[in-house]
Design a protein. Structure first.
Length: 451
């Protein structure tokens, strides 16, 4: 990285950032309070609030949002007449999944092979630390040239919409000229990237019932309708032979225009086993950024260990459907529900329950803020040009903010590059990426203020 005072300050602050991220990762802040104590999320929220107060933020508040979780807000006044920038991150995390699969404890930040491991290091507690680093660097080098609002969400991973509803009820709170969402990531380590599209999503719980109770498979199997077998048929109907998503009435032919993603690189990033093929058709970018994708997240049925020779009377599944910006999530939900009902065999009773939904997002990459970010990233990543990419994941708040503040420019950056393995075991963050992106954000704020 080219030597400059901001970069030098960020480099000097990196040990402190590691210590702070260690503290923040230690909170088991999964916003599913049936699995993890609510006190863990509350502890993380209070940690963020204290950090903002220590940086001279005013109006710091831990907000109780309608879904029963908390988001943290703070305001740092800038020069009179300056623009306002909103910085976003979230402190809630995905469950650690199989803790036995982690090389080190998921809620203990551990350095290994030049990366920092732990749940939330990249997604997205590291994003909160990135914002703090950028602001500290500016304060040490002439001051923060804009008004800054920070919002750190407490339930982004659950998709329950608490902050979205709160923002709609308090539309002035998060109003800004530009919004920087720190919950995306570079296309690969060392390649500065802004995310210009996000897929939307819907979460659907499906239940199939066929019998008053389980039956002996020897006495009744062959004629008694098996709820689990029915569910399997339904789930299979959601994919074509090549693995493409096939929801009746839902377009799956769109093309991605922009940065391409080679199959070789994708296989490496996704750690696809040798000999196993990719699913779907079209380019990889088409499949993960421009088209719908269905995933079966879980099935309620008897485990193999302890299973009895029974015909199952009931079975449930949780289905995720990601949809591109060209598709309305509410319409996609209706199509998915209709598909499931139409493809349920044997007259089995089927019910669906929507438990989460978020709209897709497309940014205006021609806005002045994007040029300010491109110039900043050119300094933070010498020799590299800022790239534009999509992201298959969803950040429902983006559309809420775009709807509330249609004049605001929205940029998505962050620490979740492929090696980070977010949502999986052994999630990690590159400290070099944290350093470079903190420099880029600081320089962006300076460039944007001057523009």
């Amino acid at each position: 990285m080219s030597s400059n005072p901001v970069a030098e300050t960020v480099a000097s602050l990196l040990p402190r950032a590691k210590a702070e991220l260690t503290e923040l990762v230690a909170f088991k802040s999964v916003a599913d309070f049936a699995q993890f104590p609510k006190s863990e999320s509350e502890g993380a929220a209070n940690w963020i609030a204290d950090a903002l107060r220590a940086e001279d933020f005013v109006d710091v508040a831990v907000l109780d949002t309608p879904d029963g979780t908390q988001s943290v807000y703070g305001y740092l006044p800038g020069p009179e007449g300056a623009k306002t920038v909103l910085l976003y991150a979230h402190y809630d995390v995905q469950p650690p999944l199989d803790e036995a699969g982690w090389a080190t404890p998921p809620f203990e930040l551990t350095e290994r092979d030049g990366r920092w491991y732990g749940r939330g290091t990249a997604d997205c507690k590291g994003g909160a630390i990135m914002h703090l680093l950028a602001l500290r660097a500016l304060k040490a080098n002439g001051g923060v040239p804009v008004h800054v609002k920070v919002i750190v969400e407490g339930s982004e991973e659950q998709g329950t919409g608490g902050l979205e509803r709160y923002a709609e009820q308090h539309p002035e709170l998060l109003k800004a000229d530009t919004i920087v969402i720190g919950d995306a990531g570079n296309f690969r380590v060392g390649l500065p990237t802004v995310t210009t599209t996000l897929r939307g999503m819907t979460l659907l719980r499906v239940q199939i019932d066929t019998l008053a109770g389980n039956l002996h498979s020897g006495q009744f199997g062959g004629a008694a309708p098996d709820a689990l077998g029915s569910l399997i048929r339904v789930l299979d109907s959601l994919r074509a032979e090549d693995g493409s998503t096939t929801v009746d009435g839902l377009d799956a032919t769109a093309r991605w225009e922009g940065l391409e993603y080679t199959e070789e690189q994708f296989r490496k990033d996704a750690k696809v086993l040798d000999g196993v093929g990719l699913i779907g058709d079209g380019s990889v970018a088409d499949r993960i950024w421009a088209r719908p994708a269905v995933t079966v997240l879980g099935i309620d049925c008897p485990p193999v260990v302890g299973a009895t020779p029974s015909v199952q009377s009931s079975a449930r599944a949780l289905i995720s459907l990601r949809v591109p910006p060209s598709v309305d999530s509410a319409e996609a939900t209706k199509l998915l529900q209709a598909h499931i009902e139409a493809h349920t065999p044997w007259g089995a009773r089927v019910s669906t329950e929507q438990i989460g939904q978020g709209q897709a997002f497309r940014a205006d990459a021609s806005s002045p803020a994007y040029q300010a970010m491109a110039d900043a990233m050119a300094v933070a990543y010498p020799g590299e040009t800022m790239q534009y990419a999509g992201q298959g994941g969803s950040i429902p708040l983006c559309n809420t903010l775009a709807g509330l503040y249609p004049e605001a420019e929205i940029l998505l950056i962050g620490l979740s590059e492929p090696e980070a393995q977010i949502h999986a075991v052994n999630e990690s963050v590159s400290p070099e990426e944290l350093e470079r992106l903190s420099v880029a954000e600081a320089l962006f704020l300076r460039n944007y203020a001057a523009g």
